[in-house]
Design a protein around this ligand. Structure first.
Ligand SMILES: C[S@@+](CC[C@H](N)C(=O)[O-])C[C@H]1O[C@@H](n2cnc3c(N)ncnc32)[C@H](O)[C@@H]1O
Length: 268
């Protein structure tokens, strides 16, 4: 009986019903803006370093950041391409669409599960997954990656970020929040090597790898204080970027201070 209950609960936590409810909350507080913005920018620069996107068909696998805040950088930077944007949650898409429309960005919106994509195979030139794959059951990750590969054109590319287990501070903080019932969703973390093994098995061509989204102990607290002190957004973004740049000089630190790691792959 109990087993049955926890099975149902587990399925629910990965369902559209859960994410639709979650979408109605404001999870990212306003003081998160510089954090999200600089991490988003970092991912875009990583993509630009690896590919020149022009006149292509792009899929973005979730629209959470865009549904929470006015951050439409990805679409602005890669205009001149056709966008299909998806999310498991209709509510997330509706909210994101308000921001995109306000910026005059055109896209096709599709409610879909990244584990079961409703497209024709070999459709996309480029797929971008900004930390979507942390939110599916771990045992389904390999299959989801394999599926994404099938929906890429033969010469297509895939860039994805995912939670970095080496950020032990964050892993611990999440665990404590979870125990206290204060962490609202399921989100798995991985070591880059675990993912690399899957990618090699699936014969992806691995073009680039990096750590992204600087997240140090007490960083959120510092952001909160700066927000209270009404520091301009640009100043806080610059503060995070220069902190990131400085820490990047110490290569060995990178993996411990970033919340995500990011791969750039080509279909092989
Ligand atoms: C908490 S957000 C995290 C990702 C977000 N890019 C970020 O960094 O904040 C998770 C997003 O992924 C979407 N999502 C969760 N499971 C999904 C799935 N199986 N397929 C597609 N989208 C999914 C959720 O609706 C939500 O918009």
């Amino acid at each position: 009986m109990r087993n049955n209950y926890s099975q149902k609960k587990n399925v629910y936590l990965f369902s559209a019903e859960f994410w639709n409810k979650f979408a109605l909350r404001t999870f990212y507080k306003p003081y998160f803006f510089p954090q999200l913005y600089s991490s988003y920018l970092q991912q875009i620069q990583f993509i630009e370093k690896n590919i020149d996107l022009n006149n292509t068909l792009i899929l973005k696998t979730d629209m959470y950041v865009e549904s929470q805040m006015d951050i439409v950088l990805f679409f602005e930077r890669f205009k001149g391409n056709k966008f299909i944007v998806m999310d498991i949650s209709l509510n997330v898409l509706k909210k994101a669409r308000e921001y995109l429309v306000a910026h005059g960005i055109e896209a096709e919106y599709i409610v879909a599960d990244v584990r079961n994509l409703p497209f024709r195979r070999e459709t996309f030139d480029f797929i971008f997954s900004d930390s979507t794959l942390d939110h599916i059951p771990q045992k389904e990750l390999g299959r989801a990656l394999m599926d994404i590969k099938a929906f890429l054109r033969k010469d297509g590319s895939f860039c994805f970020s995912i939670n970095n287990r080496y950020n032990y501070f964050l892993t611990l903080a999440k665990r404590i929040y979870k125990i206290l019932g204060m962490f609202p969703f399921v989100s798995f973390s991985f070591y880059p090597k675990e993912i690399l093994t899957i990618l090699m098995e699936q014969k992806w061509i691995i073009s680039d790898f990096d750590y992204s989204m600087l997240l140090l102990p007490f960083q959120i607290l510092i952001l909160k204080v700066m927000y209270r002190l009404k520091r301009p957004k640009e100043e806080v973004i610059n503060f995070i970027s220069s902190l990131d740049k400085t820490l990047r000089k110490f290569h060995f630190l990178n993996k411990f201070v970033n919340a995500h790691f990011i791969y750039f792959l080509r279909n092989g």
